[in-house]
Design a protein around this ligand. Structure first.
Ligand code: CAA
Length: 285
């Protein structure tokens, strides 16, 4: 399967990162957002990130200009018609994912591969909202997408082998290492990471240690680049909570049930770095 034109639905943190690495790898990218305002914000994020890559010596100004020239923004899903693969990166809500896949199923010809960047929802359930579930797979990227080296390729029980192979080949083409995983809640990384992060909150709540010392312990003791509280703030507490709840609802495994303090912080608007306050304060926001 030759992929030349790639579609992306959603130009938030993940969608813009996927657009960036794909354009850099030479794909023509069409990225669709719901409003011009969201699109502008997403494209600005790509401009800033590609500039950072130039500043850090990871690419040249010429490569940056070429990559940006390969990205077309749109607010019209019909513009995804000519894509050989479309990656959905919208909000982590099953109803919204199904709505998007329902539209993609009618717009894109049956040979177009459809992928979801979900971190916690069932690929099988998403695939079932289309008439051709065998062309649907999961491609789970990690944030920040231009920097993180892993791509989880998720196979539902219906997906065709050549679709999974195309997902793996796409990962290699955009410079990622891939792992192939069955469609099970949380896949590989979040099955390990989410319970760990919730244990950290419980340790802090029962006074085992300060959050600063728990973070320090994990960065210095295990060489993790960020401790759990810093990482939850980085990802966004709302995103973190939704991922935990999605897996909890599917499995009823208490390891994924978020301590109530997490919900309270979200209700208070303390979502982490993006709002200037989470477990830590980020005064510049
Ligand atoms: N484009 C290309 N390269 C870039 C870049 C960009 N926009 N921005 C930074 N880089 C490169 C830098 O040049 C640097 O490369 P070298 O190591 O070769 O020098 C590297 O990326 C690190 O960048 P920085 O020095 O700017 O930043 P840092 O050292 O402070 O690291 C971090 C920042 C990469 C975020 C690091 O702290 C980290 O890895 N944190 C953990 C992130 C993580 O765990 N993410 C997963 C979250 S979970 C998720 O996403 C999935 C989910 O389902 C919720």
């Amino acid at each position: 399967m030759h992929i030349k034109r790639l579609g992306i639905v959603g130009c938030g943190l993940m969608g813009s990162g996927i657009a960036e690495i794909s354009a850099k790898a030479g794909y023509d990218v069409v990225v669709v957002e719901v409003t011009e305002e969201f699109l502008k914000k997403g494209i600005s994020r790509i401009e800033a990130s590609t500039q950072k890559a130039v500043d850090k010596g990871k690419s040249t100004a010429e490569e940056r200009a070429k990559a940006l020239g390969r990205i077309k923004g749109s607010t019209n899903m019909d513009d995804l018609k000519g894509c050989q693969m479309v990656i959905e990166a919208v909000v982590e809500k099953m109803d919204e994912k199904k709505r998007v896949f329902g539209i993609l199923d009618t717009i894109c010809p049956p040979e177009t591969i459809l992928a979801s960047n979900t971190s916690s929802l069932s690929i099988t359930e998403i695939a079932c909202s289309t008439k051709n579930p065998e062309r649907v797979l999961g491609l789970h990227f990690f944030s920040p997408v231009p920097v993180m080296r892993l791509l989880e390729v998720i196979r539902s029980i219906m997906v065709r082998d050549d679709v999974v192979e195309a997902g793996v080949a796409f990962g290699a083409a955009v410079g990622k290492e891939t792992v192939v995983c069955k469609d099970a809640p949380g896949f590989i990384v979040n099955q390990l990471y989410l319970p760990y992060s919730l244990v950290a909150i419980r340790q802090w709540e029962r006074g085992l240690a300060s959050k600063e010392d728990i973070d320090k312990a994990m960065t210095l003791g295990l060489n993790y680049p960020m401790g759990p509280f810093t990482l939850m703030d980085f990802v966004g507490l709302d995103i973190h909570y939704n991922a935990c709840m999605a897996i909890y609802e599917e499995t009823k495994d208490p390891a994924y049930f978020p301590p109530p303090v997490l919900k309270k912080m979200i209700q208070a608007g303390h979502l982490g770095r993006k709002t200037g306050k989470g477990f830590y304060d980020y005064p510049s926001k």
